[in-house]
Design a protein around this ligand. Sequence first.
Ligand SMILES: NC(=O)c1ccc[n+]([C@@H]2O[C@H](COP(=O)([O-])OP(=O)(O)OC[C@H]3O[C@@H](n4cnc5c(N)ncnc54)[C@H](OP(=O)(O)O)[C@@H]3O)[C@@H](O)[C@H]2O)c1
Length: 277
Amino acid sequence: MLVSRRLTGARARAPLLASLLEAWCRQGRTTSSYSAFSEPSHVRALVYGNHGDPAKVIQLKNLELTAVEGSDVHVKMLAAPINPSDINMIQGNYGLLPKLPAVGGNEGVGQVIAVGSSVSGLKPGDWVIPANAGLGTWRTEAVFSEEALIGVPKDIPLQSAATLGVNPCTAYRMLVDFEQLQPGDSVIQNASNSGVGQAVIQIASALGLKTINVIRDRPDIKKLTDRLKDLGADYVLTEEELRMPETKNIFKARRNHGDLWRNGQAACNSLCEYAHF
Ligand SMILES: NC(=O)c1ccc[n+]([C@@H]2O[C@H](COP(=O)([O-])OP(=O)(O)OC[C@H]3O[C@@H](n4cnc5c(N)ncnc54)[C@H](OP(=O)(O)O)[C@@H]3O)[C@@H](O)[C@H]2O)c1
């Protein structure tokens, strides 16, 4: 789902983004009051002026780039994913909604091209990610204020940098905010193959925590199980296996180690349910 020019040598079209682009081509280019102009420009953005079906309300527009002054930072986007919450935001059913018209996309990584005279924490060449949701990352370039950005190392994979701000942070907060887990403790989560779930597996592994990961059954279940184990998963179970009597033996074994069990995705959704066995 990642749109990355750097990785592929050419713009890779994620399925949804491709459909959005096609929708725009069908509708034809339009102008709006959103600093857009009718002449072609190298600064392009996927903009929505109303909430609704993303394929219908998103339009590809040329945006005018403002001059770089003071605390401004001129950024060239390198990669921006499509997170499910980006879609919810466009549909208008997300908890946080930007003022319209807005540029889509909440995550992504860009490279600093130029900085204003009062910018002290960033320099040309640095990689940056949004500090908060709602920045609008689905664009080729933009001028943002310095405080809207966070510098990140350039020696991490581009995809990791572009997807650092939402799912890994959610997974980390879920693991550290509710209990003081110790190495050897265990965590159980459903939707383990989700973006958040995969981050839980990797962060838990790095913290020395054991993970029991529940997934839905599918034809290529071994492939998915192997992939999650490669990420550091200790146990991977289908929902059906979770209900089998013999699975209780895993729980008993972990309980004998004094472990804590948690429904991770529930915590992710602020329900924070604990399951002590
Ligand atoms: N609080 C926050 O700030 C925050 C931030 C990020 C995410 N979240 C939440 O974390 C969760 C995961 O988000 P994500 O972006 O990582 O998701 P994602 O990558 O889109 O994955 C969705 C997951 O949900 C599973 N799923 C869908 N329908 C299901 C059902 N009926 N029963 C069981 N599993 C089902 C999918 O399993 P299959 O592969 O089997 O379809 C998949 O594992 C979501 O609930 C999201 O709202 C919260």
